[in-house]
Write a protein that binds this ligand. Sequence first.
Ligand code: BG6
Ligand code: MG
Length: 212
Amino acid sequence: MSNPIFGVIFDLDGVIVSTDNCHYLAWKRMADEEGIYFDRTINERLRGVSRMESLEIILERAQRPYTDDEKQAMAARKNAYYVELIGSLTRADILPGALDTLSYLKERGVKVAIGSSSKNTPIILRQIGLENAFDAVADGNAITHSKPDPEVFLKAAAALALPPACCAVVEDAKSGIEAARRGGFRAIAYTPTPRRLTNADAEIHTLTELLV
Ligand code: BG6
Ligand code: MG
């Protein structure tokens, strides 16, 4: 029999809020300026991947090598474009079912947290009005190892004062599912569009499927 779940740790981008298009547009602008081919299929590979690792994936199509300083500057430029775009996020960008699911879990005394690779987590939560909605927030500013390393989820569980075995992680990215499993969490794959995430303990297509 599996452990009872006392905490749910949500990934942010693609689970609580729809930022995929903002990431795509910001990387696309940077790539176009550099003359590097980039499209939405490549963008799918960036889901759950850190900013610098995302840049390395984009640079697979580059015509020349880039120095570390150039890479830092490109990542900073992309982030400036991204921050400009997420400045327009509102409560309407919260993904379907997220608010109901959070209320349901809280009413039943289940702790809720964010476990996100994004260093922009505080800005995004403020934009969508959820800055006080979680019992704990662990994000890209607090970690040294990105998903698939479990660090961000372990930090979130520690902040909830719960062992990983008593927490579920809800993730839309392969790297996040792997991180959850490596950390000893129950891994729930959230795939609103048909996209199988192997290795998950369960797969849901709407967040309200958690309301059972
Ligand atoms: C993840 C996104 O949540 O955060 C990735 O899925 C993104 O696409 C990563 O690269 C890092 O985000 P940021 O905001 O720190 O550049
Ligand atoms: Mg995600």
